[in-house]
Design a protein around this ligand. Sequence first.
Ligand SMILES: Cc1cc2nc3c(=O)[nH]c(=O)nc-3n(C[C@H](O)[C@H](O)[C@H](O)COP(=O)(O)OP(=O)(O)OC[C@H]3O[C@@H](n4cnc5c(N)ncnc54)[C@H](O)[C@@H]3O)c2cc1C
Length: 334
Amino acid sequence: MNIDEYRGILVVGEVYDGKVRPVTYQLISKAREMASSLNTKLSAVLMGNNISQYANDMIAYGADTAYIMEDKVLESYVSELYASVLARFIESIKPEIVLIPATHTGREYGPRIAAYLQTGMTADCTDLQIRNGKFIQIRPAYGGNIMGEIITPNHRPQIATVRPNVFKVGNYDKQRKGETVKVKPDMSNINIRTMIKDIVKTTVTGTKKVDEARVVVSGGRGIGSKEGFSILQDLADLLGGAVGASRVAVELGWMPKSAQVGQSGLTVAPDLYIAVGISGTIQHIVGMKDSKIIIAINKDPNAPIFNIADFGIVGDYREIIPIFIEELKKELKK
Ligand SMILES: Cc1cc2nc3c(=O)[nH]c(=O)nc-3n(C[C@H](O)[C@H](O)[C@H](O)COP(=O)(O)OP(=O)(O)OC[C@H]3O[C@@H](n4cnc5c(N)ncnc54)[C@H](O)[C@@H]3O)c2cc1C
């Protein structure tokens, strides 16, 4: 491998249910800053079917080149297929740095790409920096007790998966000029062991993605039981949101790990975050502090969560939330 052959940054975008996942634009925005400080080019690639209309958005958020790989077969995610097609593409353009969303899918195909390209990968980064021309990948280590700074100067490409919502979406510049390149996906000789026969969409409550919802209602130890979370779900449903949880609520088995917000869980930045029965330790706050509006409901007036809340309600959630729901229903009827 000749390190000097590798140039530029590539962001791998993701499409879900026909729409670009917000993390795609978050990563492009961060990578734009990085590319400018490294004085290099930024590319972004999107894979799927009927997705070429998104190329302009990738350019408007900062990509110099938007690669589009379209095929009917790529409409549904299959890890072996996505990993092989992306790895072959990456091999052909040789970027120095590759950023992949640390979504459920990215966490699966990212390491496969790294293995295919015989390079390493830093998983689940919560920050990225360029320091003295070096790519620094930052992620919690030892169960979140320290933040590790990882450098991989001898690897090419340097691959990192990055958590959704740790970076903000930057400016959307409609006038920005860039190049759109359609690439024929190389799907030859891929050993696919999974076949998607049908996709069944269900509307079970509670399945909304916590890190993509515009409203998150989270509960902690103060909820008291698994059953207590049903009223949070009612509130979230009314607001079109999702239910999150503190780590304690997850450890007590009241909520799944996929709902955990915080340092060792998800990072969220919704328009509205309602923290119910959550004390507000630093490990929880780092995962939700960038929410636009924070409402805290806690029976302890000295709970630290009130220090970052825009609105605080002191009291028992079992009395407050039913009133909240009633008032909300009246408002929604108007
Ligand atoms: C390495 C590491 C990583 C961690 N990662 C995470 C993480 O990702 N996410 C996370 O959340 N935590 C994480 N933690 C744990 C964190 O330190 C706290 O232990 C945890 O966040 C506390 O959860 P809690 O607020 O639900 O519980 P508590 O701190 O026990 O707070 C419960 C709150 O509920 C209130 N309350 C009780 N009854 C009611 C009621 N009826 N109505 C209203 N309020 C009520 C109480 O006044 C109290 O403030 C981590 C810890 C470590 C060491």
